[in-house]
Design a protein around this ligand. Sequence first.
Ligand SMILES: NC(=O)C1=CN([C@@H]2O[C@H](COP(=O)(O)OP(=O)(O)OC[C@H]3O[C@@H](n4cnc5c(N)ncnc54)[C@H](OP(=O)(O)O)[C@@H]3O)[C@@H](O)[C@H]2O)C=CC1
Ligand SMILES: CC(=O)N[C@@H](CCC(=O)OP(=O)(O)O)C(=O)O
Length: 348
Amino acid sequence: MTKKKIGILGASGYTGADAVRLLARHPNAEIAALTANTHAGKAMTEVFPHFFMLDLPKLVEWEKVDWTRLDAVFCGLPHGTTQEIIAAVLKANPRIKILDMSADFRLRNKDSYAQWYGHEHRALELQGEAVYGLTELYRERITAARLVACPGCYPTAVLLALVPLAKAKLIDIDDIIIDAKSGVTGAGRGLKQNTLFSEAGEGLSPYSIGTHRHSAEIEQEIGVAAGSAVTVNFSPHLIPMARGEFCTSYVKLNGATPDDLRAELEKAYANEPFVYVTKKGVLPQTQNVRGSNYVQIGVVADRIKNRAIVLSTLDNLVKGSAGQAIQNMNLMFGVPETTGLEQIALFP
Ligand SMILES: NC(=O)C1=CN([C@@H]2O[C@H](COP(=O)(O)OP(=O)(O)OC[C@H]3O[C@@H](n4cnc5c(N)ncnc54)[C@H](OP(=O)(O)O)[C@@H]3O)[C@@H](O)[C@H]2O)C=CC1
Ligand SMILES: CC(=O)N[C@@H](CCC(=O)OP(=O)(O)O)C(=O)O
């Protein structure tokens, strides 16, 4: 196969940079265009010196890219800015494949989007077209899609852990409590007071407790799996590490045992290349997946009767964004899904 020409919107950000890191060694991809906003005009190595060995295109404003010569575009732009830019890219080249890593096209319901994001969607037709990009759930639809809305990092970790259990009706969907932690790259590369080393480096900070916008995405997909509306309690925290995410979900059992939950997850992921269920007594850890596209899920019995704890972890910049986007791109271009993604965790 000739190499597919890839553009990356937001290449001066963290998800864009990890897409570059992984695509640069992908046998079927050629990085053909990189965009930035405040960093436009710079060489990529000026912004990310760790790419010193690569010959990469210069960062330019997105309006300067000739989209007609590209096969696919990865989008790592802030949510809210993505929808109009993607609409313009698709107008310039209706055949281009879009791997959006932002939140703009993930919610299927327009009212839900307006409620959680505070404004009407500005590309409603495309919102209707987008396929939710959780590879393990929507493989067939992703394969045929033009616009894939890759899930948020937290929803990827939570949904992989809970969707098979909700689908099999092993847990009570009205009693789900999710305690989540993210490394600071989850907040992007832009300067923010709460991600300064002096403020994030020595403490653990809860934020958006019980109100985070990822609740909507989690509820949308658990609702589909369970066949009825769901409300979850989701509370994220910022923890002092660069990459990685850990979600602890407290669930009530529907007459099932914790071993039944593990067996269901093992069955669901028996043939999945990137999702691993740990053996009884073995707990997932962020350092087992750091820098990789792998996900670890574990199940533990709660001392409280009829309850269990489901643990899941991934790297927010790989399976939580750029890696999953590449997994989806592989499907869309008909190459083996694992291509370019089989790196083992960077440990320690
Ligand atoms: N970080 C993570 O772990 C994850 C992030 N996401 C989502 O992916 C998207 C990107 O995240 P991340 O890479 O962390 O973000 P960053 O803040 O690190 O990067 C944002 C990028 O978008 C560019 N940009 C900002 N504003 C504009 C604009 N108005 N027009 C054009 N380009 C613009 C920036 O350019 P410049 O730097 O030149 O100003 C930069 O390249 C976000 O929607 C985020 O929520 C999803 C999953 C995980
Ligand atoms: C630590 C941190 O700040 N994380 C981000 C989530 C990153 C992500 O997945 O964001 P999108 O849904 O916009 O793609 C947050 O909580 O908003």
